[in-house]
Design a protein around this ligand. Sequence first.
Ligand code: DAH
Length: 346
Amino acid sequence: MIEPIKKLIELKDKILEKINEAADEKTLKSVQEQDLSKKSSLSGMMSLISSLSGEDKITFGQAMNSTKKEIQEKFADKEKEIHEKAIKERLEKEKIDISLPGTTYKMGGINPFYQIVDEMIDVFTSMGYQVKEGPDVETDFFNFERMNIPANHPAREMQDSFYITNSTLLRTHTSPAQAHAMDEANGRPLKIICPGKCFRRDDDDATHSHQFGQIEGLVIDKNINLGNLKATLELFLRRMFGEKREVRFRSSYFPFTEPSVEVDISCMECHGKGCPMCKGTGYIEILGAGMVHPNVLEMSGYDPKEYSGFAFGIGIERVAMLRYGVDDIRKFYQGDVRFIEQFTRK
Ligand code: DAH
């Protein structure tokens, strides 16, 4: 082998080794400047050609070309390798560790009391009722007088309350909201429900609480009769407690309605046969209702000869307790997550 080719091979091996050892872009760049540029050691080799003649010139020229090509290829491979390594390192460094547990938020739930309120409002608004609310703090006048319960009326006994002054109290039922709505309606027909809080001086036990919820209903128009009341309440009760419920009207007494009824549904446990849940009667009392008393209509600006109406009052907790099988009214107010969670829709 001719001397210049031996030198060329030696140089090539050295350059290839340098390229091979370059670990980053900077080192590779300096190899390029030193060994691959026009002023490089490799280009310098070209001058050796002048000392050769004939065949050797050709052989050396060819060797020179293939060496350049080999080194350039090696260089390009290395450049690619370093670039890919850099990207990989960057990705590695910027990787988000998704194995870390995220921040969890404990979701609350809607108290079953309000779930039932929403459901009842849905049923009545679907029948065309408007929702009106009355104040929690009432005057004696609205709470009692306007509901046909004058001073010294025995019905007051059952509705002792928390008095703010001699004549203002926390309302004992939602019925006074009827009077406010009638005043506002100014003699026009009405079809409303009034959900809200009520208060009584009661000893708290499994079925009584000093604060509880009611939904009051009132319809006033010409030719409203007991049949309308019955149809309305049957529809409502079957929506709430199932289509199979028997609905029973028992005559009763409320000062603000005449006639008055108490409404029962057939027991969902025994379907009317009699069991401990319905105390052997087959029925469960669910609400009070009746035809609006002429005195109430008159006090509210309606002529009882022209207008008639029906009203009803539903205990919200009672409905919720029956629907969800809750055995103690106090559970609705204690804010115990173990209770609330059982009614959270997932
Ligand atoms: N206000 C009654 C109560 O709290 C419930 C009631 C009964 C309301 C009959 C009515 C009704 O509107 O017609 O005991």
